[in-house]
Design a protein around this ligand. Structure first.
Ligand SMILES: [Zn+2]
Length: 131
C-alpha cells in the first residue's frame, strides 16, 4: 500500500513565485487534488492498476482563472485498465486515451476503465453560484 502523497503530482515549479511566472497559457497538472480523488486513485492503485491525473488548460489571463484547475472548476482523474502502449490499442468499445505523466502513470496510450471528475477545492466557492 502506497502513501497517497506518492500518487500526487509535485507542486508546479515557481508556483509560489507569483503570476508573472505563469503568464503563458499551458496545460498543467493541478497541485491540490481533492481527497476523494486521491482515495479513488489509491484504491485503483492498490488493485494493481494505474491511475492518472489529467493536465488542465491554464490561461492566467482568463476572467475566472484558478491556478489549480485553470478555472473549469473540476479536477479529473483517469482510472486506467491497461497500458501504457506505444500506439493506440485496439480496445473494442472501451475508451482509450493518451496520458502524459501524472500520478503514478507513465506516458503512453491506455485503455481507460473510467474518468472521474471532482470539484476543485481552490475555486469551488468562487464558482458555486453557477450551480
Ligand atoms: Zn479551481
Amino acid at each position: 500500500m502506497k502513501a497517497i502523497s506518492e500518487l500526487l503530482p509535485k507542486p508546479p515549479q515557481g508556483h509560489e513565485q507569483g503570476p508573472e511566472k505563469q503568464a503563458n497559457p499551458e496545460y498543467r497538472l493541478p497541485y491540490k487534488i481533492p481527497e476523494a480523488a486521491a482515495r479513488a486513485m489509491q484504491s485503483h492503485n492498490d488493485s494493481g492498476k494505474r491511475a492518472a491525473i489529467l493536465a488542465l488548460f491554464h490561461d492566467p489571463h482568463s476572467a475566472r482563472y484558478c491556478d489549480n484547475c485553470g478555472g473549469g472548476g473540476l479536477i479529473y482523474i483517469r482510472l486506467l485498465e491497461r497500458g501504457p502502449f506505444r500506439d493506440p490499442p485496439n480496445s473494442g468499445k472501451k475508451p482509450i486515451a493518451w496520458v502524459e505523466e501524472g500520478g503514478k502513470s507513465s506516458q503512453g496510450w491506455y485503455i481507460v476503465a473510467s474518468t472521474l471528475a471532482f470539484e476543485c477545492q481552490i475555486c469551488n466557492n468562487i464558482n458555486s453560484y453557477q450551480k
